[in-house]
Ligand binder design. Structure first.
Ligand SMILES: Nc1ncnc2c1ncn2[C@@H]1O[C@H](COP(=O)(O)OP(=O)(O)OP(=O)(O)O)[C@@H](O)[C@H]1O
Ligand SMILES: N[C@@H](CCO)C(=O)O
Length: 321
């Protein structure tokens, strides 16, 4: 359930009056998502998403996320466009929280993506990178290699509660990545969380991309590695090379990978697997007994990591240049 902040009817009406979208007709909490409070807002002018940003999102980062969505939407990416209020601002305040209204995207997310969905995501990710290249603002990735050490320290001593030997695996992998992490690859703005629940498919148009709240500046091919992990494994954790080929080849067609990126992909995939293993592990260990929120399984990413540790080159992902 992702409605943490309740909004009083009169506060909502006042907030909506600040925009040129007519009076509000209904406003319903959205159950999906875990970070922020999201509402489906219907007004006389149409349907929108109202988001109240909760504690995990730093207020200082919000202009980056919202301006990035605006930049991408204005450059042809199917993503939410933040609305400007009557003062020309895209960020306001409601019920004591920073709040924004963005356009609603039609479409449905695919829990079990097919090969064609992987191809569409590869294409959309590359187009996003091409367009975000010119975005003038910057935000460091707090969840890149330096951040993984901090996360590992947070879970220190307790990883083995989840699986025996997990603590040692994490330490060894960090040591490997410290030595092997590539330098000098093309970098720019990345989405950094383009999982199936953040992509809305609709026949006849490019998929809609949402949830830009991890976006940051980092290696572009690292974003592809995140998608490889999120889209190309089956529920039994086996890697699907047909999906991998579709994803990488569609990405490469819209933004050709450099030889250095191709060589680095297995290392980037290991880093990405470790990143989600660590954030999931920290969340898993911090859930109080009896809590309603069901955290994501960290071991899913431990299994993915083990697969990437066996990969010799990009050909093992089903694609060759
Ligand atoms: N612009 C949009 N158009 C249509 N639906 C949207 C839009 N934005 C959000 N949603 C819906 O709201 C849900 C939650 O949104 P979002 O993923 O941004 O939330 P979150 O709290 O940041 O979640 P998390 O980080 O856990 O994925 C989405 O799964 C989707 O169903
Ligand atoms: N996509 C992340 C959750 C944060 O949005 C995960 O699956 O671990």
């Amino acid at each position: 359930m992702a409605v943490y902040t309740e909004v009083r009817e009169d506060d909502l009406a006042g907030f909506v009056r600040g925009y040129d979208i007519g009076a509000h007709l209904s406003c319903k909490g959205i159950a999906e998502g875990v970070e922020n409070s999201n509402f489906l807002l219907r007004t006389e002018a149409g349907t929108y998403i109202l988001t109240l940003y909760e504690k995990r999102v730093r207020k200082d980062d919000l202009p980056f996320f919202l301006r990035l969505m605006e930049h991408c939407a204005e450059h042809g990416i199917a993503c939410p466009l933040p609305l400007k209020n009557r003062q020309g601002q895209i960020l306001g305040e409601l019920a004591g929280r920073p709040a924004a209204i963005v356009t609603f995207l039609d479409g449905i997310s695919r829990k079990r993506p097919a090969v064609e969905h992987c191809a569409q995501v590869g294409d959309s990710l590359a187009r996003l990178h091409n367009v975000a290249w010119e975005f003038p603002m910057c935000r460091d990735n707090a969840l890149s290699i330096a951040g993984w050490h901090a996360l590992a320290a947070t879970a220190d001593g307790r990883a083995d509660e989840v699986r025996e030997g997990l603590g040692e695996t994490i330490r060894d992998e960090l040591a490997f990545l410290d030595a092997a992490w590539p330098k000098g690859l093309p970098h720019g703005v990345i989405h950094a969380d383009l999982f199936p629940d953040n992509v809305l498919f609709l026949d006849g148009r490019a998929p809609g991309l949402i949830d830009f709240y991890f976006a940051c500046n980092d290696l572009l091919a690292y974003d592809l590695a995140i998608c490889l992990n999120a889209w190309c494994f089956e529920p039994d954790n086996s890697y699907n090379a047909t999906k991998g080929r579709a994803l990488i080849s569609a990405y490469n067609a819209a933004r050709p990978l450099t030889a250095e990126e191709i060589a680095a992909l297995p290392t980037l995939a290991r880093g990405s697997a470790l990143r989600f293993l660590l954030t999931r592990l920290v969340d898993w260990l911090s859930v109080p007994p009896g809590a309603l929120v069901k955290p994501h399984d960290p071991l899913e990413y431990w299994r993915k990591l083990r697969f990437h540790q066996t990969v010799k080159s990009i050909a093992d992902y089903g694609w060759t240049p």
